[in-house]
Design a protein around this ligand. Sequence first.
Ligand SMILES: Nc1ncnc2c1ncn2[C@@H]1O[C@H](COP(=O)(O)OP(=O)(O)OP(=O)(O)O)[C@@H](O)[C@H]1O
Length: 348
Amino acid sequence: MIQSILLKNFRNHETFKLEINKPFVYIYGENGSGKTSILEGIYFCSTTKSHRTSDEKELIKTNEMFAQVVIKNDDQTYEIVVSKFGKRTKVNHVEKRKLSEFLGHLNVVMFAPNDLELIQGSPLVRRQFMDFELLQVDKSYLNHLNTYKKVLKQRNSLLKKVDIKDDYTFLNILGDQLYEQGIILINQRKQFLDELNILFKANYQKFSQNVVDIIYKPDQDEASFKKHLQKQQRQDILYQTTLTGPHRDDFFIRFNAFDSKTYTSQGETRLIVIALKLALLEWIESKTNHKVVLLLDDVLSELDQQKQDIFLKTLPKQHQIIMNSVMPIDMDHIQMIELTKERTHVKL
Ligand SMILES: Nc1ncnc2c1ncn2[C@@H]1O[C@H](COP(=O)(O)OP(=O)(O)OP(=O)(O)O)[C@@H](O)[C@H]1O
């Protein structure tokens, strides 16, 4: 469990310090007070990435040289500092040069408003979701994914040079390698979505009676992928690119009989994504045996009062939850923090 959080020069926080004394922390305050930045800080210290920017210099408070996040979790201290020279990480005050030595200790699942893109966005968003979650729990997945991408790049550059009349020997070798790695990705993604689907449906049922399902849409099944690479490469040569494979995979959420992407309302979409995140949390815990902290950024907006009440009542009790919103709520057993200007400029 996270016991304390310190942000220094992080976004609008000059110094923000929070000692946590209950499993459920609820932070509220006006727009721009820095609520999202606190969750972003925790996420950053967990993953070394921001959930809302790829330009990490943005995290450094204007006119400052560095931003720092220090988190005490299960009596271990994790620290990340970002400056114009890059990022540095420490565990228990000892510098960790290898990312693998820093990652995996402080596990979080975050819901943020831009996660609605999981439903509404392009297939790339959903592929990145599958890949990111799979490589977190299975290091070998990263190797297969990287090899697949490397072979795909080689094959695509060869396809730009090769002629219909040429000898296809090298193209065939690359096709075999692509198939070999590709089916591993397809099978792992399928298994991931099958397992996630069971947890997702159970979580979603707590909110609504609609029937939902995660449907994997591999670009090709194993047999047609093989057939394409062996017998239909003329098409690839013509288009000068690999037309099919897991790099074109997708999934969608079936909502009753429809595709939620075009069918569900904003509030319904939000509940679907929340249920997906709750499912993900359970899935990661079952795979890693590590406790996962749930971060909920502005999760209540767009939900009607009844849905907000159901949501708050059904939040998992066995997890640590850190959540924010504009308005306070009336609930027992939570640590309520009002974020005021003074709180973001605490004297240490
Ligand atoms: N590098 C930075 N330096 C200083 N201020 C920053 C920096 N980056 C962002 N800000 C400001 O920090 C403030 C806090 O942003 P944040 O998104 O955390 O607020 P919030 O409380 O979650 O707001 P909302 O309720 O509108 O979602 C904003 O006013 C933003 O303009």
